[in-house]
Design a protein around this ligand. Structure first.
Ligand code: SF4
Ligand code: SF4
Length: 113
């Protein structure tokens, strides 16, 4: 709309929000596995090497925040995902609870013995 500032993802996610490694971040990635295409761009972009592709009994391995305690909330994973499968959330406690509950991926795997 005329006169309105276009809001870009880079405006919403700022690296100023980044916490020190080991401290609770102000925001965390919320990965929507059903939208993930398994491209690895997010895991390649993560400076903490926190995101891995794990087998969740879907057609291909999918991204999951396995090393969630190392996440600084930098948002690089969400920026890297062209599929929109990662959104940053400020509901950090919920995100931590989710990653703790499903450490290694939210679905049982037949292949990761
Ligand atoms: S960048 Fe997006 S589509 Fe690619 S592996 Fe990560 S979450 Fe999945
Ligand atoms: S926000 Fe994403 S890229 Fe940044 S440390 Fe956490 S998982 Fe890695």
């Amino acid at each position: 709309m005329a006169g309105e500032k276009e809001i870009k993802l880079s405006d919403v996610i700022t690296e100023d929000e980044c916490s020190e490694p080991g401290k609770k971040p102000k925001q965390m990635p919320w990965i929507m596995v059903g939208m993930c295409e398994g491209c690895t761009d997010c895991s390649d972009a993560c400076p903490q090497k926190g995101i891995k592709l794990v087998n969740m009994d879907r057609k291909m391995p999918n991204a999951w925040l396995v090393e969630f305690r190392a996440c600084t909330g930098c948002g690089k994973c969400a920026k890297a995902c062209i599929w929109g499968a990662i959104q940053m959330t400020s509901f950090v406690d919920w995100a931590l609870e989710r990653y703790e509950k499903y450490e290694g991926g939210p679905y049982p795997s037949k292949y990761d013995d």
